[in-house]
Design a protein around this ligand. Structure first.
Ligand SMILES: [Mn+2]
Length: 172
């Protein structure tokens, strides 16, 4: 299997420009583009054509609470996180990821980049592309490259520069 690429962003909070920029940069090049909620844009916005998007706690309208996307060789479970109470721990999110047999479970809500593995699932928070919280004060999104053996995660700044301290390569 050739290497495939995903782009994941989250928590843009009204900042349509960055969603547009990322879409223009990666649509047709990446295998899929994800937005994990709290865009604060209407669900009917044509910007969502070609983007897998879920509902955040600051969104209204006709967004799905979660999505499961099957790509060749990879299942991605995607949700914002508030409905799984991730402020208080990841037990419920983890249970859902197991139920979906997810290779990747991606979420947002916390505005903090994070990558970890539990069982077969690699959990990825891309951070917030507009409003970072916590000690890493960078507006970030994530690029995931995968093949049958590895899942590699790199973060990029809003200026599309790689942010090396957060790069991780995980064996599947
Ligand atoms: Mn948010």
């Amino acid at each position: 299997m050739a290497e495939r690429t995903l782009i994941i962003m989250s928590d843009s909070h009204g900042d349509r420009q960055i969603v547009k920029e990322i879409k223009e940069r990666y649509l047709g090049k990446a295998d899929a583009i994800f937005h994990n909620g709290d865009s604060e844009l209407p669900a009917s916005d044509p910007i969502w054509e070609g983007i897998q998007v879920v509902c955040g706690n600051c969104d209204f309208g006709d967004y799905p609470d979660s999505l499961v996307t099957d790509l060749p060789g990879l299942t991605v479970a995607q949700t914002h996180g508030h409905l799984f109470n991730i402020n208080f721990g990841f037990e419920r999110l983890d249970l859902w990821a197991q139920e979906e047999d997810a290779d990747i479970c991606t979420y947002g809500h916390l505005h903090r980049p994070a990558v970890w593995k539990n069982g077969k699932t690699v959990f990825i928070n891309p951070g917030s592309v507009s409003q970072p919280r916590g000690e890493i004060n960078e507006r970030l999104y994530a690029r995931v490259c995968f093949d049958e053996n590895t899942i590699k995660v790199d973060y990029f700044t809003r200026d599309h520069e790689i942010y090396p301290p957060l790069s991780q390569e995980i064996r599947r």
